[in-house]
Ligand binder design. Structure first.
Ligand SMILES: [Zn+2]
Length: 477
């Protein structure tokens, strides 16, 4: 069984309060910017960003080309070194990866991870334009905008949500709304003030790094010319014309560091290299296909997200222990007991409990041979039966050999009405026939909560374990 159900966006960070910017001028340094109140520590930023990065890498296909990635990294390093001292955080771990998507976009996560779309590198006219978008994104990170925004959102219980990213499925504002925008979780909508700050600090970083800060403004024009209105940087960042003017005004106050040895030919070489690849998919296409194909150099030990070994699961596992261990998942929304020789694996926004040997990667996908998983689905229907059918259909999209062997049966889970269906499948990695059990029930907010258990058809000793796990489920919604 491979990973199946692409949970849509989960986190809603809502900006409610107008933020004060302090736009007084500090001579050649440009406009002075201040931090917003933030109840998190810089280490929290790092932790949150790391979790979100893991999710991002589960969803986005990375361009596995060390030449391109290394180049983007070198530009990124130059920009990081140019962050003004008051916004440097020794705890932060900046790194840079390229997403094989055509949308002109880039995003950065709290504490340092940055993802630059291949489409952005292809669209930029110069290294400076590319660096401009990166400097803007870096500024959000350096100013700790993600956790500053979460600080304001506390009364909605968003804090619990960002601690686990997958967590706001139990309540929290705007989940349904964000569910329409698959990748919105990573592309936080910051308030206009935050965006202005990121533009201004971005321009300052550009100048300090030896780039013309007006290239950040120019990139807005470039994106507009290339019809980047849909789904790209501009849709995350509204009103480009005001910003264009604001950045150019800022640029007049800045002196560009002329001593950085930027080689413009390198950018041209990287663009040339990218032309050698087949067209990158759009984010929407990636989302629709639910597939991630590694692109580019697949040799070498490219690190995966750290959740799975790089190799396929052996499928040889120990019997489920008769001792059970209690787990609290989804930020305490669900309690469940699981054999104590299994471990928890977070796959995308699904939580798996699996024995050793039962999980790995095959064709760039996470594959499980034995285990139980839990997740929450945002479905179109609020009727349990049709919502469950939607889940099954979704499941079938990622698992071509999945067949149902009968309809839904009524059961209960966590004291509520539930449906149960047994399906057969052929495991991608081992080629063995397997049985997939799906149990669904509804949360108070109408979302579908599900447990999916999988084991090879002939391994009956897992049935009891699955039964015990299912009966142990408690939901606090
Ligand atoms: Zn921004």
């Amino acid at each position: 069984m491979n990973k199946f159900f692409k949970r849509r966006a989960l986190v809603a960070w809502i900006a409610l309060v107008a933020i004060t910017v302090m736009p007084f001028t500090a001579l050649a340094q440009g406009t002075q910017i201040k931090y917003h109140p933030n109840k998190y520590s810089p280490q929290d930023d790092v932790k949150l960003g790391r979790q979100a990065a893991q999710e991002a890498e589960n969803q986005f296909p990375l361009l596995r080309d060390e030449t391109v990635r290394g180049y983007v990294e070198s530009v990124g390093r130059r920009l990081v070194a140019a962050i003004p001292p008051e916004f440097q955080h020794p705890e932060f771990q900046y790194y840079f990866k390229v997403v094989n998507a055509s949308d002109i976009n880039a995003f950065a996560l709290p504490g340092g991870p940055m993802y630059v779309n291949r489409g952005m590198i292809e669209a930029a006219h110069t290294e400076g334009e590319m660096a401009g978008v990166m400097a803007h994104e870096l500024s959000h990170v350096a100013l700790r905008h993600g956790t500053a925004q979460a600080t304001k959102g506390q009364k909605y219980g968003v804090l619990a949500g960002i601690a686990g990213i997958a967590g706001t499925i139990f309540g929290g504002p705007g989940v349904g709304q964000l569910a329409q925008a698959p990748f919105a979780v990573y592309l936080l909508k910051f308030s206009r003030e935050y965006e202005t700050e990121a533009d201004v600090l971005g321009a300052q970083i550009m100048a300090r790094a030896g780039y013309d800060p007006r290239d950040l403004a120019n990139m807005f024009r470039t994106i507009e010319q290339q019809g980047g209105g849909g789904g790209g940087f501009l849709s995350d960042h509204p009103s480009p014309s005001d910003r264009y003017a604001r950045i150019n005004r800022e640029a007049q106050q800045l002196r560009v560091n002329s001593n950085t040895g930027i080689d413009s030919r390198e950018f041209a070489r990287i663009q040339e290299r990218l032309r050698g690849y087949q067209r990158a998919p759009t984010m929407a296409e990636i989302q629709r296909s639910g597939q991630r194909y590694p692109v580019g150099e697949t040799t070498g030990d490219y690190p995966n997200n750290g959740n799975y070994p790089n190799n396929p699961p052996s499928g040889r596992v120990a019997y489920p222990s008769s001792r059970y261990e209690n787990y609290s998942i989804f930020n305490g929304g669900v309690q469940v007991s699981v054999p104590n020789n299994w471990r928890q694996i977070n796959d995308n926004s699904t939580v798996w409990f699996v024995p050793e040997g039962a999980y790995g990667q095959y064709n760039g996908q996470a594959v499980f041979t034995h285990g139980a998983s839990f997740g929450v689905a945002q479905t179109n229907s609020r009727n349990l039966q049709s919502a469950s059918q939607e889940l099954i259909n979704n499941l079938a999209q990622g698992n071509n050999n999945l067949r149902s062997s009968g309809g839904f049966q009524r059961t209960t889970m966590a004291g509520r009405n539930a449906l149960f269906m047994t399906l057969s499948n052929v495991n991608e990695a081992t080629g063995r026939p397997e049985t997939v059990r799906v149990i669904t029930t509804q949360l108070r907010n109408g979302q579908l909560f599900y447990m999916i258990a999988v084991a090879p058809q002939n391994e009956r000793n897992f049935e009891n374990a699955f039964q015990t796990i299912m009966q142990s489920v408690r939901i606090n919604d």
